[in-house]
Design a protein around this ligand. Structure first.
Ligand code: PEP
Length: 255
């Protein structure tokens, strides 16, 4: 079965000093023996601190973005090899804020995903519709375009190494969560698309995370849905207490 994954996306929050405080508190709460897989994606400047302070714990560390080239004149960018060397095992790709503010498109997401896999990083591919798209009734069409664009040209064996995050843009950082039913409906559709793209067996193996104002108060009902295999959490991952609480909740879910 698909083990739940609780992931945090810190965005541009927490200095290395704040990261140290967070990591010490999270460890002190006791992560050992918790069943969900755990991932945290801090800013680049905090990766080293997090990797060293959470060494030996079950927490995986990921980047929030990478560049699709190996190296070169790309001021301000970071490569997959650099993330690996810093201790990352995962990387977020195509987060809606990257799409909105940095004009990332599906072709770029595809190229970044290839680079991540070539370097042994697990890509967490983020997809989701805007509020306008949902109101226009084109959510499924948007999801299909984004998912098929991201996965174009990959072999089934490569797709099996990926994670998908469904993040309705209207629910990110707004306090508006998709209802568990709304989220489940899209997750079920994503799994159907995955089945068409990579076969039923792969679709059953792949984990699809939900993201969008997830927090301790709504984690249990979201995680109880059949096709929701974890959470990608922004705001509520910034405090060790809240993030740990969600891990504890995930630990109690049986499905
Ligand atoms: C995110 O940025 O991936 C996210 C889901 O943010 P929030 O939980 O704050 O809505």
């Amino acid at each position: 079965m698909r083990n739940l994954l609780i992931a945090g996306n810190w965005k541009m929050n927490h200095t290395a000093a704040a990261t140290e405080t967070f990591c010490r508190e999270l460890r002190a709460r006791g992560l050992e023996g918790k069943r969900p897989d755990i991932l945290l994606c801090p800013p680049f400047t905090s990766i080293g601190t997090m990797v060293s302070l959470l060494k030996g714990s079950p927490v995986h560390v990921g980047g929030q973005n990478l560049h699709q080239q190996d190296k070169g004149a790309f001021t301000g960018e970071i490569s997959a090899a650099m993330l690996r060397e810093a201790g990352c095992s995962h990387v977020l790709i195509g987060h809606s804020e990257r799409r909105q503010y940095f004009h990332e498109d599906d072709a770029g997401v595809n190229a970044k995903t290839r680079k991540a896999l070539e370097n042994g990083l697990t890509p967490v591919i983020c997809i989701g519709e805007t509020r306008e798209e949902r109101e226009k009734g084109v959510t499924n069409a948007v999801i299909k375009t984004q998912l098929s664009g991201a996965l174009a040209g990959f072999a089934v064996g490569e797709i099996r190494k990926m994670l998908i995050a469904y993040e309705p843009v209207w629910a990110i950082g707004t306090g508006l969560t998709a209802t568990p039913e709304q989220a489940q409906e899209v997750h079920r559709y994503i799994r159907k698309l995955l089945s068409e793209i990579a076969g039923a067996e792969t679709a059953q193996l792949l984990r699809i995370l939900y993201g969008g104002s997830a927090k301790p108060d709504n984690a249990a009902e979201l995680l109880s849905e059949a096709d929701i295999d974890g959470l990608l959490i922004g705001g509520a991952s910034l405090k060790a207490e809240d993030f740990f609480r969600i891990i504890e909740i995930a630990d109690t879910i049986n499905k």
